[in-house]
Design a protein around this ligand. Structure first.
Ligand SMILES: [Zn+2]
Length: 110
């Protein structure tokens, strides 16, 4: 799998970035809320935003993990739906793509 070694290190780098970010987000959320009510409302709002950011990062980590697994199994770069090879240009833009453009569009249309 030499041809994917660059993408692999990219994915690993991205994943550790996300994990660091998630670590920070979780710390922020567990911070005790201020007793002042107005302050509290603002902090709650921020907490919701952080939650949304956190789940985005978690989803991305899951996608990266499954891309790495497919790489280990030698299936990386093949569309999981129809089996054709995903064009290298697409993998460059979205290294954790598991579907070709056609299948991804079909999936989104659902
Ligand atoms: Zn496909």
């Amino acid at each position: 799998m030499k041809k994917y070694s660059e993408i692999r290190s990219q994915l690993l780098e991205r994943r550790s970035e996300l994990e660091v970010r998630l670590g920070c987000i979780k710390k922020d959320i567990s911070k005790p809320l201020d007793h002042d009510f107005a302050e509290q409302a603002v902090e709650l709002e921020n907490g919701e935003v952080l939650d949304a950011l956190g789940s985005g990062a978690e989803t991305e980590i899951l996608k990266i993990n499954s891309a790495l697994i497919r790489m280990d199994e030698g299936r990386y770069g093949d569309c999981v739906a129809c089996g054709i090879s995903i064009p290298a240009e697409r993998l460059e833009v979205r290294p954790f793509s598991s579907r070709c453009v056609n299948c991804a569009e079909k999936e989104e249309a659902h």
